[in-house]
Design a protein around this ligand. Structure first.
Ligand SMILES: Nc1ncnc2c1ncn2[C@@H]1O[C@H](COP(=O)(O)OP(=O)(O)OP(=O)(O)O)[C@@H](O)[C@H]1O
Ligand SMILES: [Mg+2]
Length: 327
């Protein structure tokens, strides 16, 4: 196994991309036609958002995703317009469309997310093969977002094994059975939010002591070398075999939280890819997530906001590592 060159573009795997539509209406009520304002279209899906944040922060990123039908064609041209180098795997069914509706009277955001097209086995196998054949193989792979119907729950576990064989570090942002299976295979870094971690462990995580213990447990079990647990308005935790650190939330005026998690991953991986330490990267992750809160709808962070906010991120070491028994 050779260690890949760190400067290679980050490969962002997005198995369930979407055309994100966002619009606004005065009030969301049943039955009546809801007259909406201007409609914005954006290419979305976990890995695509991460790639966009990477690009904005000066890191090269490539996207690998399936795409089908007219919405898949739209996605293709939109990603090209954005200058994102994309490897698309054609699929028979149509790429999904997601809808975010901003209720103007309350400021609430309603997010309607479809399951996505069903992939046939040869289609998802082609995605895996495309990754296996990627040359030169990237040092950093991000796998982010849900798996569409038809893709087996062990898909990310297969990706995890492939990355390990090829000496690449896998950063995973997923949920449910796909997350559980990948963690059983072992990843470099996992970024659950509190709900995803609580579901994974089958336990309520009600207070800071349980958050910390749960993150540490994943590291101790060998599920991930690094656990970045995001806590929404309560900030984030970072756990490694050495210690657990906490980042306080930044006091920003929240316009829209859409994409905060993806921006967190983008900020983190961008810094790591540029050779920053894990703790510094954690600070960039919080800055990127917080900068995304300042933008409307599906819009992500602006680089200047990320740089401005980085200085305000306070990170505290919560614990020293438990002394490890000699192996
Ligand atoms: N209301 C908020 N106030 C301050 N910071 C926030 C707020 N919401 C999110 N953040 C910041 O964004 C980070 C990621 O947010 P969150 O935990 O909500 O991710 P997520 O649940 O994965 O989001 P997504 O809906 O994008 O998947 C948090 O760790 C925190 O730093
Ligand atoms: Mg998330």
């Amino acid at each position: 196994m050779t260690t890949p060159n760190q400067n290679l573009p980050v490969l962002c795997l997005t198995m369930n991309p979407a055309v994100d539509l966002s619009t606004g209406t005065e009030r969301v009520v049943p039955t009546h036609k809801l007259r909406c304002g201007e409609t914005l279209h954006a290419a979305g899906g976990g890995g695509i958002n991460v790639a966009r944040v990477l690009q904005r922060l000066g890191s090269a990123a490539h996207v690998l995703c399936p795409a089908g039908g007219p919405s898949g064609e739209w996605l293709k041209s939109r990603l090209a317009d954005e200058g994102l180098i994309t490897s698309l795997v054609p699929i028979a069914q149509e790429t999904r469309i997601s809808l975010t509706v901003h209720e103007l009277s309350s400021g609430a955001e309603y997010r309607f997310v479809m399951p996505g097209p069903a992939l046939a086995e040869p289609e998802w196998q082609t995605c895996l093969q495309r990754l296996a054949d990627w040359a030169p193989f990237p040092a950093w792979v991000v796998a982010s977002g849900s798996l569409p119907p038809g893709v087996p729950a062990d898909f990310y576990a297969r990706v995890a094994r492939l990355c390990r064989e090829r000496g690449a570090r896998l950063v995973l942002d997923a949920s449910g059975p796909a997350l559980a299976a990948a963690l059983a295979a072992g990843v470099y870094l996992v970024k659950p939010n509190l709900r995803e971690l609580s579901e994974l462990l089958g336990e309520p995580l009600d207070d800071p002591a349980t958050w910390q213990a749960a993150a540490q447990r994943l590291v101790d079990a060998g599920s991930a070398e690094v656990v970045a647990l995001t806590l929404g308005h309560r900030g984030a935790l970072l756990a490694t075999a050495d210690a657990v650190w906490q980042a306080d939330p930044l006091p920003v005026a929240v316009v829209s939280a859409v994409g905060a998690g993806d921006s967190f991953v983008g900020g983190l991986v961008s810094a790591l890819q540029r050779g920053k330490t894990l703790l510094d990267a954690f600070g960039w992750a919080v800055a990127a997530a917080s900068a995304t809160l300042l933008t409307v709808g599906t819009a992500l962070c602006r680089a200047e906001d990320v740089h401005r906010l980085r200085a305000g991120v306070a990170i505290t070491r919560l614990t020293a590592a438990q002394p490890r028994p000699p192996s």
